[in-house]
Design a protein around this ligand. Structure first.
Ligand code: FER
Length: 283
């Protein structure tokens, strides 16, 4: 019994993503680098051409097929926010160099689906906040089909992930859990008040449990918005929907979001072991 438990814990810990170590976000001279494209896609939803950034992994080849992660920004940001504040390409390049990441395409859109989608003026204005909800249609009907036409992407739910920070975290939960036929991997870093109430997010816990590969929710313990993460976690725990709930020391900033990307990305598009999720959790 003791021996089998030991073996089990070794096997489980082998696939556990650890908290980001020092240097995880520092460019390494010698390692292969991914590339970043800017794409412009016609949005029938908004009625304009919209912009997004696309990170292609080192060694990208149009002869292969790739899963896709949609990575969303916060209320004060746009398609450049992750790049400017989080340098995800450095984090991902380093993870590839360490052999810790499945090859994937990462799409960073502008999640404020309105004609003038700049993060200027009153970013909390009603029409701008509503545009974050309107992005669901733009994402599903305009951006995803465009990405799948332009890049050699797998098109099934098990090869599509969504994650975001703050407003983008709320969007990821709302859109991901609301469209389980489209997304098998859902992640939220410091989800904002736009996060739907747990009963609305997950009305059918059995279906969510069956369909989700991974549901990740993380937040800094001193974030003023932490209650939105805790509330979601409590409901999921009560309904026994497997998820990773990762509370770390921190506030509402890129230190937490970069670690969220670092950890969440390592799970994506690999075999999952929900039994290992309980090793995460609180401080
Ligand atoms: C709010 C507080 C914070 C809110 C949104 C946010 C829509 C979003 C923060 C972020 O994206 O960083 O009351 O309401």
């Amino acid at each position: 019994m003791a021996a089998s438990l030991f073996i089990y814990s070794c096997a489980a810990s082998a696939q556990i993503a650890q908290h980001a170590p020092a240097g995880f976000d520092v460019p390494q001279q010698s390692s292969a680098k991914g590339t970043i494209d800017t794409i412009y896609y016609p949005s029938a939803t908004v009625g304009v051409t919209r912009k997004a950034l696309v990170y292609l992994p080192p060694g990208f080849s149009s002869q292969k097929h790739y899963p896709v992660l949609y990575l969303l920004h916060g209320i004060g940001g746009d398609e450049l926010e992750w790049l400017r504040g989080g340098q995800p390409q450095v984090i991902l390049d380093n993870l590839y160099a360490a052999g810790k990441l499945a090859e994937m395409i990462v799409v960073m859109p502008n999640g404020r689906a309105m004609k003038d989608d700049r993060a200027t003026g009153d970013i909390m204005a009603k029409d701008k906040v509503e545009a974050f909800a309107a992005f669901e249609k733009d994402l599903l009907q305009d951006l995803i089909p465009f990405v799948q036409q332009k890049y050699p992407a797998f098109t099934d739910r098990e090869h599509r992930a969504i994650a975001g920070l703050s407003m983008g975290g709320g969007q990821s939960l709302n859109f991901g859990l609301g469209n389980l036929d489209k997304f098998a991997w859902v992640g939220a870093f410091s989800a904002a008040p736009n996060t739907k109430s747990p009963e609305v997010l997950v009305p059918d816990p059995a279906l969510a449990k069956e369909q989700l590969k991974l549901l990740w929710i993380s937040c800094g313990d001193s974030d003023r918005l932490v209650s939105f993460t805790t509330r979601t976690h409590q409901y999921l725990a009560e309904k026994q929907v497997p998820h990773i709930y990762y509370i770390e020391p921190g506030v509402h900033d890129f230190k937490v979001w970069k670690n969220g990307l670092y950890m969440y990305a390592q799970f994506l598009f690999k075999p999952v072991d929900p039994n290992s999720y309980q090793k995460y959790s609180t401080l």
